[in-house]
Design a protein around this ligand. Structure first.
Ligand code: S3P
Length: 172
């Protein structure tokens, strides 16, 4: 089976939904942020603080190079993975890309007390979310399927991804 690759902004539910999809299909979930954390032995916040975003992105790219070679897995990506077209190209080789959309208001609701996202630490959170989302939207839109998570429960989003994916697989 082709990999199920989840993309989207921070707080769009990639990890939660990835876990549900993997559980329902009884396959492995690979979370790119967790892989980066393992490589550095530091939290994302510490990596940004000590090594800077550039080093984080370099590690992220190495992780994508490695995990994109897998098959039959769910890959939950960090919100900035799609900014590098090389990453998208690699992930598409063995995978189908599902963009999980969530509105800025919903993202704020989910992340208002979160301190683990270095990019949302300074300034007004909602303005930062809107600004970054506007810049990133064309990159997220370069997906195979877009799913609006504002109007569905995580369980229903997972079911929807599975049904799209299985229909696609049966035609291969
Ligand atoms: C980032 C998203 C984060 C993490 C890092 C950078 C981004 O992952 O990779 O903080 O650039 O959007 P989540 O999307 O899982 O929060």
């Amino acid at each position: 089976m082709k990999n199920i690759v989840l993309t989207g902004f921070m707080g769009s539910g990639k990890t939660t939904i990835g876990r549900l999809v993997a559980e329902k299909l009884n396959i492995d979930l690979v979370d790119t942020d967790s892989e980066i954390i393992k490589e550095f032995g530091l939290t994302i916040d510490q990596i940004f603080e000590i090594h800077g975003e550039k080093k984080f992105r370099e590690c992220e790219k190495r992780v994508i190079e490695r995990v994109s070679k897998l098959e039959n897995v769910v890959i939950s990506t960090g919100g900035g993975v799609v900014l590098d077209p090389e990453n998208v190209k690699l992930l598409r080789k063995n995978g189908v890309i599902y963009f999980l959309y969530a509105s800025p208001e919903n993202i704020l609701k989910r992340l208002k007390d979160d301190n683990t996202r270095p990019l949302l630490k300074n300034g007004d959170k909602l303005s930062t979310i809107i600004r970054l989302m506007n810049i990133r939207m064309p990159f997220y839109k370069n997906c195979d399927f877009e799913i609006n998570t504002d109007i569905l429960s995580p369980d229903l989003v997972a079911e929807k991804i599975i049904s799209i994916h299985m229909a696609k697989e049966s035609k291969r």
